[in-house]
Design a protein around this ligand. Structure first.
Ligand code: FMN
Length: 417
């Protein structure tokens, strides 16, 4: 990893001097660095300093003659991009996808398999502003790594969170971002809700968006794992370059699981799909019994009665579909359950599925933006992590899987009738 190509983007913060120290340390560790600086950044740090530190001229103007394609060539050249210090202005501009300056154009043009590390620095009020909080959440959900800010007295005289991380920690984070996982996992993530046909135009479905599964797939794919996202046809798409397959019905999801686990060498399944507990068997209408999914439309007012059939729990059979050890992550959604009820629900799921982890969340704890806090529960019922939101859940799962080499896989549960 020493000797990597790093693109270092300076923006207009008083913490620029600490970023210079970071660049100096990275150069000493053998990395090649090109610097981009916004107009505001150049009011804090002179171009001569950056050129002196890196041995290359600083790039600042998107339209500089002879340099008009730098936003493309630099993204190809760089192994990683570091935005340090990252101002509130730049965080919000990147999250809005604006490309009228060099950092914005680089960001939209970049190869999203390569890491982007953002190291924020700002006054505590700017850091806690809802606009900045939303921008950071959005950038995280796209797979960017955002370094934590530190707490203390900032240059403006206020005390709180917003200080740039220390150069030593930034160097460590840059080098960690350049490291591929030592144990690359092959992960199948399911996401979104099944849709069960009633007649030719009507369906039974649920409100799952697939956002959680997509966020987990992205987080793992951006970290270098080999990921397939098996998602509902109308669910959120991946932002990472992971492979995607789609399903509509329970039967299609079941067949896809069968095929993928039977032929591909997955070592992990994260089963976040919202699978219908029942499918439509047939309808009793005035003229007799009509099988589910029949073409055409049953007349309104003909008083059809739906006959449902229970769908077996797909999560229970996952291990039997593959001939190799499989880590299984199952999901349990409750509604307004107290601790005793939710613990019991998780225990039941662990018992019948044989899952290694259960992600539990409760509908009543949902935030207005649609995300909700979740707990990751181990097979022994202890809590592995509490995650306040979706990016935190994706990070925690990635961390557990990356450190799971020693994890004992649970035995295959006996087939249930
Ligand atoms: C003395 C001074 C210090 C500043 N420090 C910061 C800072 O640490 N973080 C920040 O977000 N903005 C800071 N600003 C404001 C930014 O420089 C300003 O929002 C600028 O437009 C950012 O442009 P850029 O993101 O394109 O670099 C500071 C401004 C001044 C005058």
């Amino acid at each position: 990893m020493s000797g990597s190509n790093l693109l270092f983007v300076f923006t207009g913060s008083i913490a620029g001097y600490k970023a210079c120290e970071t660049v100096s340390r990275l150069v000493q560790r053998g990395h090649r660095i090109r610097c981009v600086a916004t107009a505001a950044a150049l009011k804090f740090i002179g171009p001569a300093t950056l050129e002196g530190l890196t041995g290359s001229p600083v790039l600042s103007d998107l339209f500089e003659p002879g340099r008009a394609l730098d936003h493309i060539t630099l993204t190809r050249w760089a192994d990683a991009v570091v935005v340090c210090p990252a101002t509130a202005n730049t965080l919000n501009r990147l999250a809005a996808g604006l490309a009228d300056d060099l950092p914005g154009a680089l960001f939209l043009a970049h190869d999203r398999t390569k890491p982007w590390l953002i190291v924020p620095a700002m006054n505590p009020a700017m850091w806690s502003h809802p606009a900045t909080v939303a921008a950071v959440g959005k950038l995280r959900s796209w797979g960017l790594r955002i370094m934590p800010v530190s707490e203390g007295r900032t240059a403006c005289g206020e005390t709180g969170e917003g200080r740039l991380a220390e150069p030593e920690a930034i160097v460590a984070a840059v080098e960690a971002a350049l490291t591929k996982p030592t144990h690359q996992r092959r992960v199948l993530v399911t996401a979104g809700g099944t849709t069960e046909p009633v007649d030719g135009v009507r369906v039974l479905t649920n409100t799952s968006t697939g956002n959680t599964g997509a966020a987990i797939a992205d987080r793992l794919a951006f970290a270098g794992h080999d990921v397939v996202l098996l998602r509902a046809h109308n669910a959120a798409r991946a932002a990472s370059p992971c492979r995607e397959e789609t399903f509509v019905t329970y039967a299609e999801l079941e067949a896809a699981l069968d095929r993928l686990l039977g032929t591909d060498q997955f070592d992990t399944v994260i089963h976040a799909a919202a699978v219908s507990d029942y499918g439509v068997d047939s309808m009793i209408v005035a003229g007799g019994v009509v099988p589910a999914g029949s073409q055409g439309k049953i007349e309104s007012g003909s008083g059809p009665l739906l006959r449902l059939r229970p769908n077996p729990k797909l999560v229970d059979g996952l291990r039997r579909l593959t001939g190799r050890p499989l880590t299984v992550v199952a999901f349990k959604l409750t509604h307004g359950a107290d601790r005793v009820l939710s613990d019991a629900a998780v225990r039941r799921l662990l018992a019948h599925s044989g899952a290694d982890y259960v992600v539990h969340n409760d509908l009543a704890a949902r935030h207005p933006d649609g995300t909700f806090p979740a707990d990751i529960i181990r097979a022994d019922g202890t809590r592995a992590a509490h995650c306040p939101d979706r990016p935190a859940l994706a990070n925690a799962l990635a961390h557990l899987l990356e450190n799971a080499d020693a994890m004992a896989h649970r035995p295959i549960p006996a087939a249930r009738n």
